[in-house]
Design a protein around this ligand. Structure first.
Ligand code: NAD
Length: 411
């Protein structure tokens, strides 16, 4: 099953519950626009290569479209399409005034220099600038892109459209960005993990947590949960997993990674395990925060966690989702669990449009408020209708987008 089909399977389960008619199903499934562009770029050694860039604008019934820009060698149209549709449901479940989009360039971001990355970014803006903008479609960082890429993006876009920092979010804080954006997704994962533990009647202090991925999302989630007195017993990155039954010292691990080119390889204060073993640990909470499709029919039967929080996008395959549901393991779905990033992106966009700088306390307070409201809405609906948290989250989102579509006279 390809990526877009997997998201559609979740969409269809929720649409069935809502008894959504065929006309709306079609309108909410097919992306409004899909753009593929050729990007001829000169590399540092003088070679000229032609890369492929994509932007899928899935739905704008609720506002300008919003979604990240990914530089990764496996990027293709189907993946971008699936992530764009997830953004439509993610922005709707948190009730942000946005639709959904996603973009990408098929290039190995670790194999290119910073100068090459800059040229690729500027060329991509040259090709799509007419189709994006603060009122149309607002990109942001994703895998392989960061605040530096966003700064180049704004600079190139401004050459066409004049001063317009709200065209992208995730910019450097001192360059029209917002404090708290970098920590936002991981912090949101942490906030919602605490809410879910409380709803399941479990004590926060001493609950054990395993986190796959120690990048932006995983490391910030780990920090937040350790500060909340959870015991983070395992962390991992591409180099492998690190387990300590007494709890990994997260600040110490973060310092180690920073001093070793963002890698945990050789981290001394834990036992080395594999990423596969980490997923199967007997913990209270499992947080996949690295790649998609890591929980499949191959390992779903061996998952021992009492609850899964989807910090990564699509870490659980639909077939595995059903196995876990049947085993009574609740899954807080990606469209809610990792929505902290796009929520603070929304604050950044609002800040840019107000020409008024928000402070960190305000950002954290409003993030907590919006995520908590969305969480309570989804949890209540799941209980009321006796459906999974994922189906409930999709139901909340689909209802909002369908209503906006009807009010606009499109259905
Ligand atoms: P990142 O690049 O900062 O970190 C990724 C981490 O995953 C790194 O520690 C890396 O070593 C690890 N990793 C890579 N390959 C791995 C493998 N094969 N096995 C185990 N670990 C591996 O990325 P990030 O921003 O932290 O994003 C992580 C996930 O969260 C992605 O799925 C992303 O789409 C999703 N997400 C991110 C944000 C955001 O704001 N950054 C928002 C929503 C969703």
């Amino acid at each position: 099953m390809r990526a877009f089909e997997a998201v559609q399977q979740y969409f269809n389960s929720a649409a069935d519950e809502l008894e959504l008619n065929d006309e709306l199903r079609t309108l909410l499934t097919i992306p409004e626009r899909e753009i593929t562009v050729q990007l001829p770029v000169e590399m540092d050694d003088g070679r000229k290569v032609s890369l492929l860039g994509y932007r899928v604008q899935h739905n704008r019934a609720r506002g300008p479209m919003k979604g990240g820009l990914r530089y990764h060698h496996e990027v293709d149209l189907d993946e971008v399409r699936s992530l764009a549709s997830l953004m439509t449901w993610k922005t709707a479940v948190v009730n942000l005034p946005y639709g959904g989009a996603k973009g990408g360039v098929a290039v190995d971001s670790r194999a290119i220099s910073s100068r090459e990355k800059e040229r690729i970014t500027r060329k991509f803006v040259d090709e799509i600038h007419e189709l994006i903008g603060p009122d149309k479609d607002i990109p942001a960082p994703d895998m392989g892109t960061d605040h530096e890429v966003m700064a180049w993006f704004v600079n190139q876009y401004n050459k066409y459209a004049g001063f317009n920092p709200a065209v992208v979010t995730g910019k450097p804080v001192e360059h029209y960005g917002i404090p708290g954006r970098e920590e936002a997704t991981g912090r949101g994962v942490g906030i919602l993990t605490i809410k879910a533990l409380a709803r399941l009647g479990r004590k926060v202090a001493g609950s054990t947590v395993a986190i796959q991925g120690f990048g932006n999302v995983g490391a910030h989630a780990a920090k937040f949960l350790a500060e909340s007195e959870c015991k983070v017993v395992a962390i991992s990155d591409v180099s492998g997993g690190y387990y300590n039954a007494d709890g990994v010292d997260i600040l110490n691990a973060a310092r180690f990674a920073r001093d070793h080119q963002n890698s945990l390889a050789g981290y001394p204060n834990a036992d080395q395990i594999t990423n596969e073993q980490l997923l199967e640990l007997d913990v209270t909470v499992l947080i996949p925060a690295a790649l998609g499709s890591v929980i499949t029919t191959d390992n779903a039967d061996r998952i021992k966690a009492k609850m899964i929080i989807e910090a990564a996008n699509s870490p659980v395959r639909p077939e595995a989702d059903q196995i876990l549901i049947d085993r009574g393991i609740p899954i807080l779905p990606d469209v809610l669990a990792n929505a902290g990033g796009v929520t603070v992106s929304y604050f950044e966009w609002a800040q840019n449009r107000q020409f008024y700088q928000w402070n960190l306390n305000r950002v954290r307070g409003e993030l907590d408020h919006l995520l908590t409201t969305a969480f309570e809405t989804v949890w209540e609906l799941a209980a009321q209708r006796n459906v999974s948290l994922r189906t409930a989250a999709f139901m909340v989102a689909i209802e909002r987008v369908a209503r906006a579509t009807k009010l606009a006279g499109l259905a």
